[in-house]
Design a binder for this molecule. Structure first.
Ligand code: AMP
Length: 215
């Protein structure tokens, strides 16, 4: 198993970049946030506990996250290539992931470090809208759908994530700075970091990242 990690604060565009990379490469997109939202919707046993943390913008405990990651990896072929979006988010998760890679003989190829100024993150998250059916990500100003409130792909309704309100967004940004940003130096020491200026348009961010990953 080979993997890349998309690392960046909420609103950096990890999901949007992952969607583009998934269309052009053989990487399997794994978003722990999407998996947790799906678990809540499906009424899975981990759902109610996870929901309490997510609504506040806090992190779901590491053992729950590692559980869903292990389960997802086990479902794929041994030579699958994964693109993790929103995982790992703590130093403990990163260390447990290293252990897991050693156990299964996997390799972490690169960690894409997406940076964006805070004021831009807040604007991006408050305007973000998501398709109820396919999960495609839009922005009311930056990436508007052809018809307001409707997904271009399938005509389904767009919604705003409950944790994209301003108060929760501010908490998510501070959680990122305190608990997730230390991963940048952790992976820089392993020479795995690819720095990307993710304040560019989605198309430019994608083109830059794809070229850097291939190069
Ligand atoms: P996201 O969709 O990546 O913005 O994640 C939404 C929420 O899910 C986060 O604010 C956390 O509450 C939770 N979450 C997602 N991924 C993780 C993770 N790797 N570790 C802990 N909590 C997570």
């Amino acid at each position: 198993m080979n993997a890349i990690i998309l690392l960046g604060p909420p609103g950096a565009g990890k999901g949007t970049l992952a969607e583009s990379l998934r269309d052009e490469t053989d990487f399997i997109h794994v978003s722990t946030g999407d998996m947790l939202r799906a678990a809540i919707k499906a009424g899975s046993p981990i759902g109610p506990g996870a929901k309490v943390f997510m609504e506040k913008g806090e992190l779901v405990p590491d053992p729950v996250i590692l559980g869903i990651i292990k389960e997802r990896i086990a479902q794929a072929a041994g030579d699958a290539r994964f693109m993790f979006d929103g995982f790992p988010r703590t130093l403990e998760q990163a260390k447990l992931f290293d252990q897991l890679l050693t156990e299964i003989g996997g390799t972490l190829l690169k960690v894409v470090n997406m940076s964006v100024p805070d004021d831009m993150l807040i604007r991006r998250l408050s305007g973000r809208r998501i398709c109820k059916a396919c999960g495609a990500v839009y922005h009311m100003v930056n990436i508007p759908p052809k018809t307001e409130g409707i997904c271009d792909n399938d005509g389904a309704e767009l919604y705003q994530r409950p944790d994209d309100n301003e108060e929760t967004v501010r908490n998510r940004l501070s959680v990122y700075k305190n608990q997730t940003a230390p991963l940048i130096s952790y992976y820089r020491e392993q020479d795995l970091i690819l720095d990307v200026d993710a304040s560019m348009t989605p198309g430019s961010t994608y083109a830059f990242t794809l070229e850097a990953l291939n190069g």
